[in-house]
Design a protein around this ligand. Structure first.
Ligand code: NAP
Length: 353
């Protein structure tokens, strides 16, 4: 197939390009070429800025394509311009949206029919900075823009859960891996809380598979809920970093409401932890019935550490700095927790498990 990927060089797009190439498709990527990612052999790169209409028109002249995959669109007006230009030269469109599109997430379970935020397809916020509160409505605006340009019968929309794996630039799993490698007493939340992140390679495989099958419509993308817990994830991290650990680790599992009471910022200060009713309750039956296969979380963790250990570095991104807890603050919270709860639920955990 002739596949156009808008973006394609940071994380999700990079994995999509790798999968499409592996499957023998003829791939064109369109990006500014500023992130210095290596373009895989055989991939055609068109350099340009998707915010510039003239660049989009130049791109369109390099078509046609069977599908245009918009991996990272987040500004509706920009997505709208691109989709309008490309609708004449691409048979179909695939848009990567997010679980944040659902209005009730993370407070209630969601499936593909759950209510979305209101989205304005022409919204064009002055800042391109990452604003968590605006993210969901903006992504819905992008979805609406793609629908308007391509129509529902030519549009595939994926709404992934949190995405982890090699090249993750948000820094969630890399933070936990680095923290556990450093060792000592580690503040940890809620061992029994479910987690449901999707491996970037599984997301990419599913996307390319859908494209090959000419699937359209909306699919949530994540492992089935209840497949893994926060405790499983941290233990997988411990196992992954065991050989490189600086000190033995003692996980200090603190009560979630207590952490909230201490002002710990959910989702970022202890990455991936959120004390809401349903952050990890996404129904993904539709995707699984259409061929989504998700590897075990431990494999994602191990591969991410192997990538970091080999010197892997993600693209620099403003969101990276938002994640993680400063060591002195963590030590203070652990002292407070242990003073109030002298018998921790779990004893020392050796690094090699
Ligand atoms: N991370 C998560 O947990 C998570 C969860 C759910 C959904 N998602 C969704 O997953 C997607 C993640 O995408 P990604 O960032 O990994 O995609 P990506 O396609 O790998 O990277 C972004 C691409 O956009 C290009 N780019 C940036 N600004 C551009 C511009 N003005 N003009 C042209 N190209 C431009 C970048 O290259 P240059 O810099 O060289 O231009 C890069 O190739 C997003 O849609 C996000 O909403 C993520």
């Amino acid at each position: 197939m002739r596949v156009l990927v808008l973006g394609g060089s940071w994380f999700v797009g990079r994995a999509v390009v790798a999968d499409a190439v592996r499957r023998g498709h003829e791939v064109t990527v369109f990006n500014r070429g500023v992130s210095q990612a290596v373009v895989p052999d055989g991939v055609r790169q068109v350099t340009g800025d998707r915010e510039v209409l003239a660049d989009l028109r130049t791109l369109a002249r390099r078509g046609p394509w069977d599908v245009a995959i918009d991996v990272a669109g987040s500004v509706p007006a920009v997505v709208q311009r691109g989709a309008t230009v490309l609708a004449d030269v691409a048979e179909r469109c695939a848009f990567v949206s997010t679980i944040s599109a659902y209005r009730d997430w993370p407070h209630a379970p969601v499936d593909e029919t759950s209510t979305l935020w209101a989205g304005d397809p022409s919204a064009d916020p002055a800042t391109r900075r990452w604003e968590p509160d605006a993210y969901g409505p903006l992504k819905v605006g992008c979805e609406v823009a793609c629908q308007a340009a391509f129509g529902e019968r030519r549009l595939l929309t994926l709404r992934p859960q949190v995405v982890l794996g090699p090249y993750e630039y948000v820094g969630r799993l890399p933070w936990w891996l680095s923290r556990l490698r450093r060792g000592g007493q580690v503040l940890a939340p809620a061992p029994d809380r479910d987690v449901q992140p999707v491996d970037v390679r599984d997301l990419a495989r599913f996307l390319v598979r859908c494209v090959e099958q000419e699937a359209v419509g909306v699919f949530n993308v994540a492992p089935r809920s209840r497949a893994a817990t926060f405790g499983n994830m941290l233990r997988a991290c411990l196992a992954a970093v065991a050989e490189d650990a600086e000190h033995p680790v003692e996980l200090i599992w603190a009560d979630e409401d207590w952490l909230v009471g201490q002002g710990v910022t959910q989702w970022t200060e202890l990455p991936l932890w959120r004390n809401a009713a349903a952050p990890w309750s996404m129904n993904t039956d539709r995707a699984h019935e259409t061929g989504l296969h998700c590897r075990p979380l431990a494999e994602t963790v191990a591969d991410t550490w192997a990538w970091l250990r080999a010197g892997g570095r993600a693209v620099a991104h403003q969101r990276f700095a938002e994640h993680g807890m400063a060591p002195d603050r963590e030590a203070l919270l652990i002292r407070r927790w242990l003073a109030a709860h002298p018998h921790p639920a779990e004893g020392p955990v050796p690094p090699a498990i």
